[in-house]
Design a protein around this ligand. Structure first.
Ligand code: TGC
Ligand code: FAD
Length: 387
């Protein structure tokens, strides 16, 4: 039975509402994700049947107002949900991150009322799946140099270009796509699955996030109705504001993967005997476990504090970068150490550790690489951009 650590009683910082939503999501993960996730990951397939259930438990748009189908909760609730989902698998958390932070959030924040009413309730319920297109084959860390463009053709826009490494692309019904207008300004467009010239080839052969659907978004003279422009934002700050929300969610999410690894390793070390004793009795293994629980405690406090700042609308992008960078690196370290504690069993699909570890190799790259977040902190403290 999963028993996540709470060494500094961080639970006391949560409200009853946070604990209730956590329990509901944890129960759902136990019931619907755990029994199937290893098989889906081994088959390199996204468990699409879970999308509607995720809508039912409030995983899509926890902080989007109820009027638009969201749950109307705070940023801590969003974080708690992300932790529970990523305990199941980073792919499940990814699907929720993209839907909430990268698709629903921009439509809510930068769209008009008609766009909110048309898209948000269907995205919240999981009837529609969303994708977010920023990265291109030749522009990842530097999205400002993107080549995807659209022209004003009078009664519509004409969109051309391509996006790569896009979560949910092969299964998306709608995509929020960032492209340059004729003056070179980055703008957001809502692209719908059935628009002619829009295709979404799947990216296969991944060794990481195997239970997530990743692909390209290809636009070959796609006619976009003018009402699909997100008119309330211009420039790169539009997608970067969405990333603030998603990066924040990741800072919480990866704690779920880390706690699952720690919990698995602790239990295994108490049961597994070598040289006539549980391996937990050896100092080398205790060092690993003691450092893991220390690191998890630090992650919890960082995530909680940045959540409180976000609730007050005071969290800076650089504070979010620090939390994302620190927590993903720490989770990956914990996954690697846990895997060693299990010895050969650590590589088996009978335990979740190797799957978490491989997933975290993507999480440390997407939503801004580990290096880019360090440079964001460097810029914040020196005032000099080193990109
Ligand atoms: P720069 O000139 O610094 O900034 C351009 C404009 O944006 C503003 N800005 C921000 N605004 C809000 N939030 C932020 N975090 C912001 N960062 C910058 C900035 O003030 C400026 O505004 P204005 O009004 O002056 O125009 O931009 P730059 O081109 O030098 O690039 C900066 C850099 C490198 C930090 C940025 O481009 C970056 O973060 N690169 C990393 C790219 C990235 O994170 N891609 C993620 C793609 S999506 C994804 O991975 C989804 S995975 C989902 C999943 O499965 O979970
Ligand atoms: P590059 O930018 O080419 O970087 C390569 C290396 O160079 C990295 O180590 C980087 O840190 C380093 N580097 C780059 N610039 C500098 C610099 N100035 N100084 C020092 N080092 C530097 N994108 C989306 O838009 N939507 C999605 O839904 C999405 N989902 C993804 C899902 C998965 C599974 C993966 C793996 C990626 C996804 N991405 C998505 C793309 C992701 O955001 C990019 O991979 C990421 O931003 C890095 O871009 P890149 O891979 O092109 O690496």
């Amino acid at each position: 039975m999963y028993n996540p650590p709470d060494y500094y009683l961080v639970d006391e910082l949560l409200t009853e509402e946070h604990k209730l939503i956590r329990k509901a999501v944890r129960d759902w993960v136990d019931r619907s994700v755990m029994p199937v996730i290893d098989d889906y990951a081994q088959r390199h397939e996204f468990p699409k049947h879970l999308i509607r259930e995720m809508g039912e438990i409030g995983a899509f748009g926890p902080y989007i107002p109820e009027k638009y189908g969201g749950v109307g909760m705070d940023q801590i609730a969003y974080g708690v949900i992300m932790t529970e989902l990523e305990r199941g698998d980073s792919a499940i958390r990814s699907a929720a991150s993209v839907q909430t932070s990268l698709v629903m959030y921009p439509i809510y924040a930068f769209g008009n009322e008609a766009q909110r009413m048309k898209y948000l309730p269907k995205l919240a319920s999981g009837e529609w799946v969303g994708a977010f297109g920023l990265t291109e084959p030749n522009h990842g860390s530097d999205p400002g140099s993107m080549l995807t463009r659209f022209e004003d053709k009078g009664d519509h826009y004409l969109l051309n270009g391509s996006k790569m490494w896009i979560t949910n692309a092969p299964i998306c019904d709608v995509a929020v796509v960032w492209a340059k207008d004729e003056s070179g300004k980055v703008r957001g467009l809502i692209v719908e699955r059935e628009m002619e010239g829009f295709t979404t080839p799947e990216t296969l052969k991944k060794w990481s996030l195997r239970a997530s659907a990743t692909g390209e978004l290809v636009f070959d003279n796609v006619k976009i109705p003018k009402e699909n422009l997100l008119s309330n934002v211009k420039g790169l700050k539009g997608p970067l504001m969405c990333l603030n929300s998603a990066r924040y969610g990741i800072a919480w999410g990866v704690m779920g993967a880390a706690m699952d690894c720690y919990d698995t390793a602790l239990r295994y070390s108490l049961e597994r005997k070598q040289f006539g004793k549980p391996i937990a009795s050896f100092q080398l293994q205790q060092k690993k476990l003691a450092e893991m629980v220390t690191d998890i405690t630090k992650m919890q406090l960082l995530a909680w504090r940045v959540g409180i700042l976000r609730n007050d609308d005071r969290a800076t992008p650089a504070q979010i970068s620090m939390a994302k960078r620190n927590n993903v690196e720490t989770a990956l370290k914990i996954a690697r150490e846990s895997r060693q504690i299990l010895g050969a069993m650590g590589i088996s699909g009978d335990f979740p550790i190797m799957r978490h570890m491989m997933n975290l190799e993507s999480v440390i790259t997407y939503e801004g690489t580990h290096d880019i977040h360090l440079l964001i902190t460097g810029m914040d403290v020196t005032g000099i951009a080193a990109f």
